[in-house]
Design a binder for this molecule. Structure first.
Ligand code: ATP
Length: 334
């Protein structure tokens, strides 16, 4: 879809920052809170850089510290130590000028439930000197279909889209998106993805959290993986997923592979049940999934075909795949 100047044209009055400029920098950020008489360390030396014209994805298991990192980055929490620079300012001390250059989309939005999207979004636009063309943005996000319904009556996915529109109202230079595709149906998800890509192309720095690793894999230029308040991996998706190993071969069969077959796997190969899928004895309604490591030569595939034949296993969904972000995530998550 071509860029839509009504939505992503010029950004703030100062215009877009050159792609690659650092818009957010967290350096050695620690954050502790007092809880039930003791000190709980939530962030333990977080380093994070987000640049103009890039999507930075903050990933990690529940409780890893993603939301706390976003709060600190936005100036809603003051870190115990370390420095935060957002558009070259300390967000904890900054005033209204910085706030108008930063968009925030929260998971629950904090929206007035008795208002309609139309009224709310019109009101939000009055807070900015140079707001977006809101009717156009509402149309892009499919909000006009429910613009006159009370927010309390909207579905989760509809509220998400209103919350995104509100975050974009002031043409921010930096936007924080907490789980932007949570609760969206596939069509709405596609609309939101297209918009995020356009915003990136227009020079916005986008920082998002998500549990949907597939989304991060599709959208993110840079990934930061948090665990227990620490950054445990960082890099581009291809840096994180590249490996010198041969790609793994995945297959699905309509029943669990019997243990006698697993004992007779061809030499040099390993066959394992896929993480997240049931292994021997179980199976999803559509079968059981396995991954084969070590297949490097055509003769390995020949040996595998002979093994399937011997055990009367007909593989479906047969494909070779490199490591995914999910594999990296599972490696660092206990
Ligand atoms: N005010 C607080 N008092 C005590 N513990 C807190 C406080 N705020 C956060 N925590 C704890 O800090 C940890 C990190 O929380 P945070 O909400 O940042 O994680 P998260 O990565 O966003 O998790 P999720 O994916 O579940 O949303 C959690 O264990 C949480 O319980």
């Amino acid at each position: 879809m071509p860029a839509d100047p009504a939505v992503t044209g010029h950004l703030h009055a100062q215009g877009p920052a050159p792609t690659g400029d650092v818009q957010l920098q967290l350096t050695d950020v620690h954050h502790s809170v007092r809880s039930r008489g003791s000190t709980v360390e939530i962030l333990r030396g977080v380093e994070l850089t987000a640049r103009a014209g890039q999507v930075t994805a903050l990933l990690g298991p529940n409780g890893a510290g993603k939301t706390t990192t976003l709060m600190v980055a936005q100036g809603l929490e003051r870190p115990t130590s370390g420095t935060v620079r957002l558009l070259d300012q300390d967000p904890w001390r900054a005033g209204a000028d910085l706030r108008s250059r930063v968009g925030v989309m929260l998971q629950d939005g904090g929206m007035p439930l008795a208002a309609t999207p139309e009224r709310l979004l019109r009101h939000v636009c009055t807070l900015y000197r140079d707001p977006v063309d809101m009717p156009r943005l509402m149309e892009r996000l499919g909000i006009d279909e429910f613009a006159r319904r009370d927010i309390r009556r909207l579905s989760g996915g509809q509220r998400q889209r209103v919350s995104l529109a509100a975050a974009l109202a002031g043409r921010p230079q930096v936007i924080f998106l907490d789980e932007p595709s949570a609760g969206l149906d596939p069509v709405s998800r596609q609309l939101v993805f297209e918009l995020i890509r356009e915003l990136r192309a227009s020079g916005m720095a986008i920082i998002l959290t998500t549990h949907l690793l597939d989304d991060a894999q599709r959208l993110a230029d840079h990934v930061v993986l948090l665990r227990q308040g620490r950054v445990v991996r960082r890099g581009t998706v291809s840096e994180l997923t590249s490996t010198s190993e041969a790609p793994a071969l995945h297959f699905r069969v309509d029943r669990a592979v019997p243990s006698v077959a697993l004992d007779e796997v061809p030499a040099g190969l390993t066959v394992q049940a896929e993480p997240g899928h049931s292994s021997a004895g179980g199976g999803t309604p559509t079968g059981s999934s396995y991954v084969v490591h070590g297949a490097q030569r055509p003769s390995d595939l020949e040996a595998l075909a002979a093994w399937w034949t011997r055990h009367d296993l007909m593989p479906t969904d047969l494909h070779l795949a490199r490591r995914s972000l999910e594999d990296v995530f599972l490696e660092v998550t206990p």
